[in-house]
Design a protein around this ligand. Structure first.
Ligand code: ATP
Length: 314
């Protein structure tokens, strides 16, 4: 018996600890249009949630506190800049509840990796505090609050596979027949800043006087419906990849190594530096991950599958 255990037991009908799992995302298609006057780029993207998860536990408390362990947490502040705290406060403001919770975050999604780990944690905090406080909002209401926290946060409230438009915050779920896709995720040393990747893309487009049409996701969507991994591999595309590769040229070698190891295709995930590879099946994915780990071209490589659900109480 410990005092904090006793504190977690349901009392006066209030719920005990709430544990939420939230996935990372990859962009199967990331079309980046011109820079808008509001400072955002117009996006046309297809997100998929994959089986690399962070976990957030919410307990009753008298104030709002956060503790963290795992991937990259030594580099993250625990203060109001943390997306978990910002999400809890946004939900409290929306519902009129006091922002009281003791939150504990266990991170596996690499920091600043292009897998939207921070956005995932914000989505987890919305779902966890909604359950802890009994505010019982719908997914659509939570996604509305999520949109104020970051472009990728609404998608991580829903998960699955979805089209993202606007600056990525307007989500249309893609209801395809269930297929599991097998991925290898090559995690690099250190992160890449998302704003720096967009700035580099703008610089490259200006330097080469390249037009910036917003590429449609139609080919990717057709490939998803086709259920053929080789076809999906050919349709993967990321307009931010060129920028990520000029900022981190070594990623070119990682992409080549994954394809040489048998991947159907490899792309930089979002703003990088994580690279993701599509494998024909789970066995091939394990083989590719083993070869990538042995290559020394990434910090580590793991297999994952998708789509998986978004932030959920477990
Ligand atoms: P995206 O794919 O959405 O561009 P990313 O995966 O490249 O994001 P994140 O891990 O989401 O990067 O982190 C981006 C930045 O968000 C971090 O550098 C950090 O400053 C900030 N941040 C705030 N709170 C968190 C959090 N709980 N976890 C991770 N990052 C956070």
């Amino acid at each position: 018996w410990r005092p904090d255990e006793e504190d977690d037991r349901p009392r006066r009908g209030l719920p005990g600890p709430v544990k939420v799992r939230v996935p990372a995302k990859v962009n199967l298609h990331l079309g980046v249009g011109p820079l808008r006057p509001d400072g955002f780029h117009e996006l046309n993207t297809v997100y998929q949630a994959i089986s690399i998860h962070d976990e957030l536990t919410a307990r009753r408390g008298d104030t709002l506190t956060l503790t963290m362990e795992g991937e990259g947490t030594g580099e993250l502040a625990l203060d109001e800049s943390n997306l978990v705290i910002r999400a809890a406060r946004a939900l409290a403001e929306h519902t009129g509840m006091p922002a009281h919770a003791r939150l504990h975050l266990r991170k596996q999604i690499p920091l600043a990796g292009g897998l939207a780990g921070g956005s995932a944690d914000a989505a987890a905090a919305l779902v966890a505090c909604d359950a802890l406080w009994g505010t019982d909002l719908s997914r659509d209401e939570l996604a509305g609050i999520a949109a104020g926290l970051g472009s990728d946060v609404p998608f991580l409230v829903y998960g699955g596979t979805a089209l993202g438009t606007g600056h990525g915050e307007t989500i249309s779920p893609i209801l395809a027949r269930p297929v599991t896709w097998h991925w290898v995720v090559a995690i690099a040393d250190g992160g890449l800043s998302t704003p720096a990747a967009y700035r580099e893309l703008d610089r490259l487009r200006a330097e080469y006087a390249a037009p910036a049409p917003l590429r449609s996701a139609d080919a990717l969507l057709a490939a998803l419906r086709g259920r053929d991994p080789a076809r999906l591999g050919r349709a993967l595309g990321n307009d931010l990849q060129a920028a990520a590769l000029t900022l981190r040229p070594a990623l070119t070698e990682t992409l080549k190594a994954g394809e040489a190891a048998g991947a159907l295709a490899g792309i930089v995930s979002g703003s990088g530096p994580t690279c993701v590879f599509l494998a024909a099946d789970a066995t091939r994915a394990e083989e590719i991950a083993t070869e990538l780990r042995a290559s020394g071209l990434c910090r580590t490589a793991r297999t994952a599958y998708g789509p998986v659900p978004g932030a959920r109480v477990c």
